[in-house]
Design a protein around this ligand. Structure first.
Ligand SMILES: [Zn+2]
Length: 385
């Protein structure tokens, strides 16, 4: 360290001395080495003076030169001329050299130089854009693969605050109800509310305020939207043989909400932009994206794993609420027997025939208890529709 500091004056002198003749360009020609010979180029008003390491020197006037862009990245100034019938090419890369070339070269050559500079700029820009696009694509692909593995979606969904979820569910509910007839009161509404309350009272640490809407429709179905918006179609009430069957479906639907299955489907459907919105905390971004899904959000299919999870969770919810799980099991049995029920319920809840069997086995493991009956008369509820 101290040595080089002491010698700095000397080093500087020797550097400046060597700069004047040290190679700053590469020269090609049939009389030179095939790989090119390093040379020193000086530019002045008289033209190019080229000095080779073996002290040979050439001076070429500007009028003898032609120029173009070259090099691997098109970022070099390629200067060509002929001397005694021998073609010569010099590659200039040093910015200082290119600047002096611009300073001394006559205007007709400079016009060409401008064109060359433009193509160099474009080539550089293109290369930069290409690199950016390539890096972006690799990142997007990596994230997409991760997204496909569900890990990223689960991670993102966990970060969604309940208020965001409510905004998404509320918007989808509004879109769905816009074309529907809501049953605002009457025995069916009271019955559905009682069943829902029995179940939701059993949810520990419930962050949701469940809102149930009964909608007039012959379709046998019910669904729950993110944020706790539950919709029961009158077709389900009419076709259910007991309130316990409706309770079974509702237990399953509420479980989808509590386990955030709908939200997971939504984020998965919306893709990467939604995930990014969640991670950067952009509520309006995510809610805006989800709003674009509209009614489609109601018809998002759950995965088989989610169905099993909702079944299990729902069964335990029924049990805690002292509602007999026999209704849930019976309803699923009837689902596997009836084509009509299958088409409607299974459109959004894909299930296998083994499901009722599996639920039955699970129910056996529950502690035996006396069910608590509902306060309404099921026959009257159905007749009221
Ligand atoms: Zn389901």
């Amino acid at each position: 360290m101290s040595d080089s500091a002491n010698n700095s004056g000397l080093t500087l002198t020797s550097t400046s001395a060597s700069t004047s003749t040290s190679p700053n360009a590469l020269c090609f020609g049939s009389d030179l080495q095939a790989a090119g010979e390093p040379c020193h180029v000086d530019i002045s008003a008289g033209g190019l003076s080229i000095q080779f390491p073996d002290s040979r020197a050439e001076v070429v006037p500007f009028t003898a030169l032609s120029i173009e862009a070259g090099g691997f990245d098109h970022d070099q100034l390629v200067v060509k001329w002929a001397r005694n019938g021998v073609g010569r090419t010099v590659y200039l890369k040093e910015p200082a050299l290119i600047v002096s070339f611009r300073q001394f070269a006559p205007s007709e050559l400079l016009v060409h130089l401008e064109r060359t500079a433009e193509s160099v700029r474009r080539a550089r820009q293109g290369r930069r854009t290409f690199l950016l696009v390539a890096a972006g694509s690799v990142l997007a692909l990596t994230l997409a693969l991760w997204l496909g593995s569900d890990a990223l979606v689960s991670l993102a969904v966990k970060r969604i605050p309940v208020e965001w979820e409510q905004a998404i569910g509320e918007s989808a509910r509004r879109d769905f109800l816009a074309g529907q007839t809501v049953v605002a009161e009457g025995p069916a509404v009271a019955a559905v509310k009682e069943i829902t309350k029995r179940l939701t009272d059993q949810i520990q640490e419930n962050p949701y305020k469940f809102a149930v809407t009964v909608v007039r429709s012959d379709v046998v179905n019910a669904f729950a939207l993110p944020g706790g918006y539950v919709v029961v179609l009158t077709g389900l009430i009419k076709r259910a043989e007991s309130p316990e069957e409706v309770a079974g479906v509702l237990g399953h639907e509420l479980s989808h909400v509590l386990l955030r299955h709908g939200l997971e489907r939504t984020v998965k459907t919306l893709g990467l932009v939604a995930v990014v919105s969640i991670f950067v905390g952009d509520q309006s971004g995510l809610v805006g994206l989800a709003k674009r899904l509209g009614i489609e959000l109601v018809t998002l299919k759950f995965g088989r794993e989610q169905e099993t999870e909702a079944d299990l969770y729902g069964l335990h919810l029924l049990h805690r609420a002292r509602i007999s799980p026999a209704g849930m099991i019976r309803f699923f049995e009837r689902l596997s027997e009836s084509d009509k029920l299958q088409v409607e319920m299974l459109s959004t809840h894909p299930m296998s025939a083994a499901r009722a069997k599996w639920l039955k086995a699970e129910a056996v493991s529950l502690t035996r208890q006396e069910p608590e009956p509902f306060t309404f008369d099921w026959g009257a509820v159905q007749a009221g529709l």
